[in-house]
Design a protein around this ligand. Structure first.
Ligand code: SF4
Ligand code: SF4
Length: 135
């Protein structure tokens, strides 16, 4: 059985919390994070989000990092799907070579992994996410 740690061990460098994009938010996530911050959804969208067309995503601060990055993720318990599943993203199931791109930006991702085992691990992570957060 594929284990996370065979593929990835986070080094807490914050690289994946830098730059624009990725942290798109569903309605459920907006409510969850707003509740965690003890504010209403409208305030959360106004103060912590930016828009890509009609899609809200978490905005970056002037430093270029996500507004919730402060040496650690300050909303770790309720962070969005992309952050929770990272680096086991859905697109690896379509094209396993995406792992090479992930390895080039994430020092915690191990190189030279077995694609079949990696795909199994991705499926486990995504299924676990669904069980824990979407059911
Ligand atoms: S880039 Fe990789 S190692 Fe660095 S914080 Fe993000 S997940 Fe962890
Ligand atoms: S929500 Fe947390 S894990 Fe996600 S990008 Fe922001 S600081 Fe990083």
């Amino acid at each position: 059985m594929a284990r996370h740690s065979d593929f990835f061990q986070c080094e807490k460098c914050g690289e994946c919390c830098k730059g624009y994009g990725g942290t798109f938010l569903s309605e459920r996530e907006i409510k969850r994070i707003s509740r965690y911050l003890n504010i209403d959804s409208a305030s959360f969208l106004r103060d912590y989000c930016q828009w890509s067309g009609t899609q809200p995503l978490i905005k970056s601060s002037d430093s270029g990092y996500c507004v919730f990055w402060d040496e650690v993720c300050t909303i770790h318990q309720v962070k969005p799907r992309m952050c929770k599943i990272w680096p086991f993203i859905d697109s690896l199931l379509i094209d396993p070579t995406n792992w090479d791109i992930i390895c080039s930006m994430c020092p915690g991702a191990r190189t030279n992994v077995n694609s079949k085992d990696l795909a199994e691990c991705v499926r486990q992570v995504l299924a676990e996410y669904e069980r824990q957060w979407e059911s």
